[in-house]
Ligand binder design. Structure first.
Ligand SMILES: [Zn+2]
Length: 360
């Protein structure tokens, strides 16, 4: 196993629903600190690292979010079952009969979302989707007191999927939870590693943001902190190469190269910067996939809208089955994303960045 695989595996396995990013923040700081000239956290917990170039300008902001979709404990029933409040965009039918970890003051507690056995279900109920509000976590407690006293569970405790990284019958196909957006975090770390050994024109910032899945909140505050002149958000794209999903819904294929978002519900990219990315990919002979996603928001939107407006693009690693216990990426797509973003940043000098923001 090489360094990148070890890093991606650790990032995927790390516990970190929105607002509870401690474990992942530790990894990010451990990895980025030796590659950066400064590193700090902002008022809500995003990590902001910077790398000095030969000049102070241009100021480039890279971003990726640390959090994953998860939940918190809403209440414990008198019988000792946990009711939840979801954090982020879960489908109701992705929540049922799955294992979860609840992080408590006593440590991690295993639980799973119970589903009534079909033997006792009315025929008309068998095909019904169970609403998130009806879902409960079985933690094997005797009652509420046992859940509170012995297991240490209390309202507000964070909950994340219990899924472990695995190779999916191919050394390049990585199965795991939270690729949205741990694959972006991994790419950002590797881009910084590449840049550390070369001199860049300006100052490069890496923002590992919190609370993206509940409304791009960390990107909002980190874009305020970083005086960015240009922005690149690193995200998981949406692969549509499995049964039951169409090219109308999403366009990327796993193993077919990185993606660039031409449209998502939160942002339109800067057109000249978009073309610079397309041209750079062509030069590198990397196939860049175009993504047009109507139901998708990302941190790039907050960078773009910050200050007086920042030209921004979102570069993606195509991912199957986002926002689930199991999602899949291809290692080649990851490596090519790192190569592409490194090269894009290398080419960003003051003149180029000035050109990108010229509208007249
Ligand atoms: Zn994401």
């Amino acid at each position: 196993m090489d360094r990148e695989q070890r890093l991606l595996q650790e990032l995927s396995n790390a516990f970190g629903p929105s607002g509870f990013e401690e474990s992942i923040r530790e990894i990010v700081i451990r990895e980025l600190a030796p590659l950066s000239d400064s590193i700090q956290t902002d008022g809500i917990g995003s990590v902001i690292a910077s790398l000095n170039g030969t000049n102070s300008n241009p100021i480039v902001m890279l971003a990726a979010h640390m959090d994953e979709v998860g939940a918190i404990v809403k209440l414990i029933t008198p019988e000792g079952f946990v009711k939840i409040q979801t954090l982020g965009g879960w489908l109701d039918n992705a929540l049922i009969n799955q294992r979860f970890i609840i992080k408590t003051r006593n440590g991690n507690v295993l639980g799973f979302t119970g589903l009534k056995t079909p033997h006792v279900m009315k025929v008309e109920d068998r095909n019904k989707i169970i609403a998130a509000s009806d879902i409960f976590i079985d933690i094997g407690a005797k009652d509420k007191e046992d859940a509170e006293e012995r297991l240490g569970i209390k309202p507000g405790d964070p909950i994340a999927p219990d899924s472990k990284f695995a190779l999916l019958n191919d050394e390049k196909i990585y199965l795991g939870k939270a690729w949205d957006d741990r694959v972006g975090i991994g790419a950002m770390i590797e881009v910084f590693r590449n840049l550390k050994n070369r001199s860049t024109h300006g100052t490069i910032y890496a923002a590992a943001t919190v609370q993206e899945e509940v409304g791009l909140r960390g990107a909002h505050t980190s874009s305020y902190t970083i005086p960015a002149q240009i922005g690149i958000n690193l995200e998981s794209g949406i692969a549509s190469d499995y049964p039951g999903i169409s090219q109308e819904e999403a366009q990327a294929k796993l193993g077919n190269g990185p993606g660039i978002l031409l449209y998502d519900s939160s942002m339109l990219p800067n057109l000249k910067f978009r073309d610079l990315c397309i041209d750079t990919a062509k030069k590198l002979k990397i196939n860049l996939q175009f993504e047009v996603l109507s139901g998708y928001g990302e941190d790039g939107a907050e960078i773009q809208k910050s200050r007086s407006g920042v030209p921004t693009v979102a570069i993606t690693v195509p991912t199957r089955y986002l926002h689930n216990h199991n999602s899949v990426i291809n290692r080649d797509d990851f490596d090519q994303t790192v190569t592409l973003v490194t090269e894009i940043i290398k080419n960003l000098d003051t003149d180029t960045v000035e050109q990108l923001t010229k509208f007249s």
